[in-house]
Design a binder for this molecule. Structure first.
Ligand code: HEC
Length: 166
């Protein structure tokens, strides 16, 4: 008799423990109070002007520029910088010369679309024949390269964010 009730108690304890585990698992973690939620950060990238029209051409161009921004800020900003000035890291310092400041309208206007495209597709080599800028042909499609170009062309016209990252 004693033996059976001991068994029942052990079973009950096991059951309660399992139940507690399940309850623990399904209870969502409480959200922090609104006062502690960090606000959505302000834009820290240059805000390039976008065509605002609803006509198909503007819509397509807007999409292209935004895709260019996505690509540039992921793949190019490590070297050329978020703002496109190309002077914020040791690698660029180590070259002995500077890549173009992509926010300098005059400098960028001296670079034709074709030169820009070839620099992107084939990379840029120094006098020793070493790549200073890697080729992107195996990474980006020609369309994506033109989208990046459309974006970079607008960097000189961009508004600086209030809290820019270099
Ligand atoms: C590994 C670092 C690195 C990355 C990543 C990189 N670049 Fe460059 N880029 C350079 C360097 C260095 C030069 C200058 C080459 C030279 O003149 O020797 C350059 C040159 C250029 C030029 C030629 C004009 C100029 O600025 O001198 C263009 C255009 C350009 N980059 C665009 C891009 C784009 C667009 C991307 C992203 C798809 C990109 N780069 C990614 C390092 C980089």
């Amino acid at each position: 008799m004693l033996f059976t009730s001991a068994r029942i108690i052990i079973w009950l304890c096991g059951f309660l423990f399992a139940l507690a585990l399940v309850v623990w698992f399904v209870t969502p973690t409480p959200l922090p109070p609104a006062s502690q939620v960090t606000p959505v950060p302000q834009p820290r990238w240059p805000q390039v002007p976008l065509p605002t029209g609803a006509d198909p051409e503007s819509v397509a161009l807007r999409g292209a520029i935004l895709n260019g921004e996505r690509i540039y800020q992921r793949l190019c900003s490590n070297c050329h910088g978020r703002q496109g000035k190309g002077d914020n890291n040791e690698y660029m310092e180590s070259l002995g010369h500077k890549p173009a400041d992509h926010t300098d309208l005059g400098a960028m206007q001296r670079l034709s679309d074709a030169e820009f495209f070839l620099a992107l597709r084939d990379g840029v080599k120094d006098q020793r024949g070493w790549f200073t800028m890697p080729p992107w042909a195996s990474v980006l499609t020609p369309t994506e390269m033109w989208e990046v170009i459309a974006y970079v062309r607008r960097l000189p016209l961009a508004e600086s964010p209030p809290n820019p990252v270099p």
